[in-house]
Design a protein around this ligand. Structure first.
Ligand SMILES: [Zn+2]
Ligand SMILES: [Zn+2]
Length: 236
């Protein structure tokens, strides 16, 4: 029986300072705790995180696993379970910055492909009641990227990172019920993915890849009520 100890505390501290960790970062921290990560890592990390969650649950924190929509990479994220609204970020960002972040989220969620161009993002500043300069806005977007709330791809397009998807999932569902789509395979929020031409269902890239790999050469839509020959609209 695993006992809560210094290793788990170290893991929580690392999580708090970074906000999220990828698998190799998790491996690194766990091995620093003296745990052998070479064998049965998956099983060990599940038990390790479960024990931590039992301890931090009463203070409304939870470590959750999420996948980056663009590349399917798994991450562990420290989420606040009590305060789902974006206003809980008010100790990190100014009210005006949070307004801009909200507008950014809105425009990403409303876009079918789940991302917006950097110019469009910059133009969101015009919609703010209290104006902020372009340079200030650019610095703020860089901070959001550094804090791993957003990602910029090689074309400069901005999307929400797995941290936002996991931590702001409830906020996004509550505020944009008419726009959000869910992956038909994993039922989770899906901003960037593939859509079916026939039924309009949307799927994460990774979820649909797993599905199609099992299917072989005659690919059909993963949606059980559709199953039309797969001629997907690629919208990522
Ligand atoms: Zn999915
Ligand atoms: Zn379909």
């Amino acid at each position: 029986m695993e006992v809560f100890g210094d290793g788990h505390r170290l893991f929580i501290q690392s999580m708090m300072s970074r906000g999220m960790m990828n698998i190799s970062e998790v491996k690194e921290v766990i091995s620093e705790c003296g745990l052998d990560v070479e064998t049965e890592f998956k099983d060990k990390v599940v038990k390790f995180v479960r024990l931590i969650n039992q301890h931090i649950g009463p203070i409304n924190l939870e470590i959750r696993k999420g996948l980056e929509e663009e590349n399917g990479q798994p991450y562990y994220i420290l989420a606040n379970t009590a305060e789902t609204s974006i206003s809980r970020l008010s100790s990190t960002y100014s009210p005006n910055e949070l307004e801009l972040f909200k507008k950014l989220i809105e425009s990403i969620v409303e876009n079918e492909d789940g991302k917006i161009g950097s110019l469009a993002a910059m133009n969101l500043t015009d919609k703010l009641e209290k104006k902020i300069g372009k340079e200030e806005a650019e610095n703020f977007f860089n901070r959001l990227e550094d804090d791993r709330w957003i990602r910029k791809n090689t074309n400069g397009k901005i999307s929400l990172s797995v941290r936002s998807i996991v931590e702001l999932d409830q906020y996004i569902k509550d505020v944009y019920p008419d726009y959000v789509k869910f992956c038909s395979l994993c039922t989770k929020l899906c901003l960037q993915g593939r859509g079916c031409e026939n039924c309009g269902a949307k799927f994460h890239i990774r979820c649909s890849n797993v599905f199609f790999n099992k299917q072989g050469s005659n690919k059909t839509c993963p949606e059980p009520n559709c199953r039309a020959p797969w001629g997907q609209v690629v919208i990522h």
